[in-house]
Design a protein around this ligand. Structure first.
Ligand code: ATP
Ligand code: MG
Length: 339
């Protein structure tokens, strides 16, 4: 379970370090505070799972790192976003273009919107190879076929001339991953499609990424709604709620000692191993926060059975509850949820 990350990963400097990320969207009568003071780091070769329900800020957080969101309406601020010795938050648009898709590969949520339907898959794979790595047409085509083979597309060479619609949903996702990996990135950010892909296809994609990670040595950020999905592949997990990190921990620790009531609630929504699909419909009662103001109280308090006055009066910071384990919950203070 995620133990194939290099042993020295625990002590090696992070490949990516994000401190104090905030993203707001200007709307007609105010702002949506989509990402509120998010900090995390990613170690070489590790797989970090990012979990949280719809609207919790998973995609906006990761897109903000690379300024993939138009501003305006977005306003992105960070204390620092360190990657390969540079602060991405201080780079110009031109400098950032050399990082996007090249040093940090990115798979968008909906494969249909990110693969361009009017160009062949081969063209879309060859484009970054030619633009970023300066390959000739012939070199790029050869590498593109290798990349399709790498992500498990049978008979790859002739398939380069096919258009996205000639691939199935699962195959399109593989193509997206191939494009994201084209320039040998140091980090791959994969945003799981919200469109209901067949569960077995989803599992295959996860296996693929897990396998690729050890073969290409990239660190991976895997975004998903589903805590069950990260259980099998993540080294560490970051749980988001209301645009904040509410808990982070190594994966086993999170499952054994979930501390934030939101994480516990998420775990309760997991179907049992032999459960049928109806189990998947279990949800957490109540509505996610509106995010129209910066959080002045715990964003989960209105839905939390254990909330008390302090939770409604002040937003808890991340409190250390164990080695590499933190939870943004006042109840975690003094190890209330401890072993
Ligand atoms: P999902 O699991 O559904 O993909 P998510 O966790 O990725 O959800 P985000 O897409 O990051 O959620 O959205 C975080 C918040 O930012 C949401 O409240 C969303 O409505 C808001 N948001 C995202 N894009 C915009 C935008 N362009 N303008 C205004 N608000 C936005
Ligand atoms: Mg999203």
């Amino acid at each position: 379970m995620g133990l194939d990350a290099p042993h020295d990963a625990d002590t090696a400097p992070p490949v990516l370090e994000v401190v104090g990320l905030r993203t707001r969207f200007g709307v007609r009568d105010g702002a949506i505070h989509a990402v509120n003071d998010v900090s995390f780091s990613l170690r070489p070769g590790e797989l970090l799972g990012v979990v949280g329900e719809s609207g919790s800020g998973k995609s906006v957080t990761m897109m903000s790192l690379l300024r993939l969101i138009p501003s305006p309406p977005a306003r992105i601020e960070a204390e620092r976003i360190m990657f390969e010795g540079r602060d991405l938050s201080r780079l110009s648009e031109k400098e950032l273009r050399g990082v996007r898709g090249r040093r940090i590969g990115f798979v968008f949520q909906d494969p249909m919107t990110s693969l361009n339907p009017v160009f062949t898959v081969g063209f879309q794979l060859m484009e970054p190879l030619r633009a970023h790595l300066g390959m000739s047409r012939a070199q790029a085509r050869k590498r593109a076929a290798e990349l399709l083979a790498l992500v498990g597309i049978p008979n790859p060479e002739p398939r380069l001339d096919d258009y996205p619609h000639q691939f199935s949903g699962g195959m399109r996702q593989r193509v997206m991953i191939a494009i994201a990996l084209a320039c040998d990135p140091k980090v791959l950010i994969a945003d799981e499609p919200t469109t209901a892909l067949d569960v077995t296809i989803q599992a295959q994609i996860l296996e693929l990424v897990k396998d690729l990670r050890s073969r290409i040595g990239a660190a991976v950020i895997w975004i998903t709604h589903d805590l069950g999905v990260v259980a099998g592949i993540a080294d560490r997990v970051m749980v988001m709620y209301g645009g904040q990190v509410v808990e982070y921990a190594p994966v086993m620790e999170l499952f054994e000692r979930p501390t934030h009531p939101y994480t516990r609630a998420l775990l309760e929504t997991l179907p049992s191993l032999d459960g049928d699909r109806a189990d998947k419909l279990k949800t957490i009662a109540g509505q996610p926060p509106l995010l129209t103001a910066p959080p002045a109280s715990c964003p989960f308090a209105p839905r939390c059975a254990q909330a008390h006055d302090r939770c409604r009066a002040a937003n808890p910071p991340l409190i250390a509850v164990g080695p590499e384990h933190g939870a943004a919950c006042w109840l975690a203070e003094g190890g209330a949820h401890g072993a």
